[in-house]
Design a protein around this ligand. Structure first.
Ligand code: ATP
Length: 713
């Protein structure tokens, strides 16, 4: 594998390689002329006291020495350029490969693990290639030439030297597999460490609310300790790989010196020849040592290449197969007999059919986990169905050029990521060559131009840390402007406004509604008050379309949509969205308040207190004493259960109109699960202390509540 990499580098940079090879040749010339010069220096100049011969020999050596310095500098420069090119080529290839991937790839490789491949594996490969082409080439050719010279000078001595040189490679054979295994373990842990740092940065809110700092710290400490201990072993083994050959060289030198001296005493070698022989031998020994010391680079590169290949061999699930341009779509999008699974064998959609006409405003609603976002992702070709097809105006989108599909659509997600850069840069991502006028037009359409104009630096205001210096509404409007900049035929929205506070949500939705007069909008949302404004609503449940039609028609149908609607209605929000009230009629829909007289329900409704929660806040913890019942006026929460071993798992997601904690209205018992907000939430809470006196006055409430709770518990 490494050889292929070296050959590829040689092929791609012939000029730099020529400079390096030329440098190696001059270095070799200098090395051996210097060594051999002893023979002439002693036998022809020093012993006969010939000054002229001495001047010629020294002159030649100085000239070649100078040339060696110049070619050495050029060669270093060529290596620096080649090294930079290698890093660039590998990193860009890996990056390109990553860009083509979809969800399975990102589930298999964690961020930290991938980062380690960019920051550590690729430089290891670079180092090995440079070593091979520099020191490696020099040492191998030096050994070959040196042995040739020695052989012509004194073959018996050379055979002895050659045989003994095996000593130099014994440590390599012995320690090779240990070094490889340690490198492998080290990188696995480096990937885990990078992953933990990434997780800590992204999930710092969750880590704080669950007070996971200590356990996170312990986890990272564990990884770092293993890395430290593996690192010590690895460095020690690699240092021995470097040092032990030196021992071999020393033993060999002693043998050569002893035998060479014997030959000189015997008169079979002149003093000059013996010194020259020794000098050439020292050069050969040094070169052999050079080969032995670069072997650890190859070992490290072998592990790194394997790790890189693991990633590069991962075939993208969504590939550019078609080269047809997708004609401007105007009729409909359909999913025809689609089966799709994230986890093989566990399909989310099975033989799923859906057709959406391309006009006006379509909302896709449904229960949590019913597959709404999945349908949207398939329509955008973030993934391909296992079977069946997604078609735009009858054309399978797999047969179309991906860019021609993306060129016609705009997308806004719930958590639109803004990049570090100016607001202008962030909007122009939608069309890199957009003019200032086009950007302003898109910003106006998204209702953000006036706000940007009030910023001191206007469109050049820097967006920091994914948009932390902007409000949620401003971020979403910038994301909307970015999507609109392409003038898409279809605008897809995936819960684009759900995380915003009610006022902002309303105003962004008004903007979206006005946009639907000029373009097709397909919106996945769980907030039915906004879905009700759309021209048609598609209702999903457990991966199936259960109903579709306009709001009124769906209400009449009296199915899931109506139940969801009933659940979400009956909350009166204050203008700023900071407060809310629940209507008595809405309370009568709750199982434990059913059959309770109107007067009592009115009184109960007045006892609710509105509370606002930021996303990622714990409403209550498992084990806390329960004393409050909650209704979700707005927002999403997750119900999380902790096992005895402390492992937390999500058991449900509740949203607008759902309720939790009703047992607390009857008894103070510990909570059986934790509740954490997933989005900013407005909750209405009813405490036991407020509710209890009322319940005592109305026996019907107590009886109804007791009956319901008995069945629930
Ligand atoms: N990347 C993924 N890997 C594995 N399962 C996934 C993945 N994304 C979604 N799912 C699962 O697929 C199902 C449908 O998810 P999807 O996000 O499409 O539902 P949804 O209706 O949009 O839900 P919600 O309203 O809660 O966002 C869920 O059971 C979800 O757990």
């Amino acid at each position: 594998m490494l050889w292929k990499t070296i050959v590829a580098s040689v092929r791609s940079s012939p000029f730099f390689i020529s400079v390096i090879v030329f440098g190696v040749l001059i270095d070799l010339l200098f090395r051996y002329l210097s060594s051999l010069s002893y023979k002439y220096l002693i036998d022809k100049a020093l012993l006969p006291r010939d000054i002229e011969a001495l001047a010629i020999i020294v002159g030649i050596l100085v000239a070649i020495g100078l040339l060696n310095v110049i070619t050495g500098i050029s060669s270093d420069y060529a290596k620096a350029r080649l090294g930079a090119k290698l890093l660039f080529d590998y990193r860009i290839a890996l990056f390109r490969h990553m860009q083509a991937q979809s969800h399975r790839f990102y589930e298999r490789f964690q961020v930290g693990d991938l980062l380690a491949r960019y920051s550590d594996d690729i430089p290891e490969i670079q180092a090995a290639v440079l070593q091979a082409l520099g020191a490696g080439l020099l040492s191998v050719s030096s050994v070959a030439i040196g042995l040739g010279i020695l052989f012509t000078m004194e073959w018996k001595l050379t055979l002895l030297a050659f045989g003994g040189s095996i000593l130099l490679f014994v440590p390599y054979r012995m320690l090779k597999s240990r070094s490889l295994a340690l490198a492998d373990t080290y990188y696995v842990h480096l990937g885990k460490f990078n992953g933990s740092v990434d997780e800590n940065m992204k999930a710092y809110r969750v880590i704080r609310v669950f007070d996971l700092r200590q356990s996170m710290l312990a986890k990272v400490e564990g990884i770092l300790r293993t890395m430290a201990s593996v690192g010590v072993k690895r460095n020690f083994v690699d240092a021995n790989l470097n040092r032990l050959p030196l021992l071999g060289v020393s033993i060999l030198t002693a043998i050569i010196l002893a035998y060479g001296s014997y030959l000189t005493f015997d008169g079979r070698l002149t003093v000059g020849e013996f010194i020259a022989y020794n000098s050439v031998f020292a050069t050969v020994g040094q070169s052999m040592y050079g080969i032995a010391t670069i072997l650890p680079y190859f070992l490290a590169a072998k592990t790194s290449l394997q790790r890189l290949h693991q990633v590069m061999e991962w075939k993208p699930e969504v590939t550019e197969r078609g080269d047809k341009e997708l004609p401007t779509v105007h009729s409909h999008i359909e999913l025809r007999d689609v089966t799709f699974a994230y986890v093989p064998g566990e399909p989310i959609l099975q033989h799923f059919d859906l057709s959406i006409p391309l006009s006006g405003y379509t909302s896709i609603v449904g229960t949590s986990g019913s597959g709404k976002s999945t349908v949207l992702q398939l329509m955008l070709r973030f993934a391909d169905p296992e079977s069946g097809a997604v078609k735009y105006d009858g054309q399978d989108i797999r047969e179309a050029r991906y860019a021609s599909l993306l060129g016609q659509v705009g997308i806004v997600f719930q958590d639109s990521i803004l990049f570090h850069g100016s607001i202008r840069d962030n909007i122009s991502i939608g069309k890199l060559d957009a003019t200032d006028e086009e950007i302003e037009e898109a910003a106006r359409a998204a209702g953000i131009h006036e706000t940007i104009a009030t910023f001191q630096d206007g469109y050049h205001t820097i967006v920091r840390n994914h948009g932390d210096n902007l409000s949620g509404g401003q971020r979403q409007r910038i994301a909307l402007a970015r999507a609109l900049l392409r003038k898409p035929n279809i605008l897809f929205l995936d819960e684009a406004t759900s995380a915003l506070d009610p006022d902002t949500e309303q105003s962004v939705n008004e903007t979206i509604l006005s946009l639907s007069r000029s373009k097709t909008i397909i919106s996945v949302t769980h907030r039915l008050a906004y879905a009700a404004m759309s021209d048609r609503i598609i209702v999903l449940d457990k991966g199936k379309v259960t109903e579709s039609g306009p709001h009124e028609q769906l209400l009449e149908h009296n199915g899931l949509y109506r139940r969801m609607w009933e659940k979400q209605k009956g909350f009166v929000l204050s203008r700023g969205g900071g407060s809310a009230q629940v209507q008595a009629e809405r309370l009568s829909g709750l199982p434990f308040f059913q059959g309770i007289e109107q007067g009592a329900l009115d009184q109960i409704s007045r006892l609710f207190v509105a509370e606002k929660f930021e996303a990622g806040t714990t409403v209550f913890e498992q084990g806390d004493q329960g004393d409050t019942f909650y209704l979700i006026a707005r927002g999403r929460v997750e119900i999380v259960k902790s096992s005895d071993s402390g492992e937390r798992s999500r058991v449900a997601v509740l949203e607008d109109g759902d309720h939790f904690g009703e047992i607390a209205l009857m008894q103070h018992i510990p909570r059986t699960a934790s509740v954490v907000t997933l989005t900013p939430c407005l909750l209405l809470s009813l405490s036991y202390d407020h509710f209890h006196p009322l319940m005592m006055n109305y026996s019907s409430i107590r009886e109804a509540l007791e009956a319901t709770l008995k069945t629930r518990m």
